[in-house]
Write a protein of this length. Structure first.
Length: 254
């Protein structure tokens, strides 16, 4: 009797799993759209476990095509994980995105490239006067399931062709941010310029509740570039070494 009951339960589980695996992707995308105001998709193809979507739009950002594929092996570790690949003239993304029963979000082995303006828009900061390109290579990233801020991260982010866009564009150069997990939680970032117009070095600390602090210094590289020197003068006079001390803290907006 126990063996019959066991086979029966196994059959029920296999049936339920087959329903999930064979479920069309469109109803799932519709549920996501209902929870995210302004989210829309032109066309959806395939199944919830393996499919693609075209013409995704949210917060002013548009992705031409997104493909996903369920990774069954991740279930043994308690995660529902998908391989994601986005293809767009301005956005490149490849990585493994997962969620666990406590709704914690994880991104692994992720790399990509996107305009900084897109990242600002997704973070709810579309008017931030900075432009450039963000390249990232992340071994692991965990997100706060309530607000979406990073809980911990490990990888490298490169900020390329950074520019201030106020009265006129002002070139800053390229920068590297080395991300490592903080203890007990949060993200540490070591920021360094790459020999551009703005010399910059500092340390970033970000907590899961959105609180952040950045400390370091900035300077104008070389004797020229009076426009950049004038912009930095808004921080006050530089020190005797020609550097401006930086110490910013606050809370990121949702």
């Amino acid at each position: 009797m126990k063996r019959i009951l066991g086979y029966g339960l196994l059959g029920v589980l296999a049936f339920l799993l087959s329903l999930v695996l064979l479920a069309p992707a469109a109803p799932v995308i519709d549920r996501i759209a209902a929870r995210l105001p302004g989210f829309s998709v032109q066309t959806v193809e395939g199944l919830a476990m393996e499919g693609s979507a075209r013409g995704i739009q949210w917060r002013g950002v548009r992705i031409d095509r997104l493909n996903w594929n369920w990774r069954a092996s991740a279930l043994w570790t308690g995660w529902l994980e998908f391989q994601l690949d986005a293809n767009d003239p301005e956005l490149k993304l490849s990585g493994k995105a997962a969620v666990n029963p406590s709704r914690r979000l994880r991104l692994r082995d992720a790399s990509g490239r996107l305009p900084l303006a897109w990242l600002n828009a997704l973070a709810g900061q579309p008017r931030l006067p900075l432009q450039g390109v963000v390249e990232f290579n992340l071994r692991e990233l965990f997100l706060n399931n309530a607000a979406g801020w990073p809980q911990t991260a490990d990888g490298v982010v490169r900020l390329l062709d950074m520019r201030i866009t106020l009265d006129r564009p002002l070139s800053l150069g390229d920068f590297t941010v080395q991300l490592t997990p903080a203890s007990p939680e949060g993200v540490q970032g070591a920021v360094k310029d790459r020999d551009g117009p703005l010399a910059l070095e500092g340390a970033l600390n970000l907590l899961p509740d959105g609180r952040y602090r950045f400390t370091g210094w900035a300077a104008v590289r070389g004797d020229g570039n009076p426009a950049l020197r004038q912009a930095l003068s808004l921080l006050g006079p530089p020190g005797g070494d020609g550097r401006w001390a930086l110490n910013f803290s606050g809370v990121l907006l949702r």
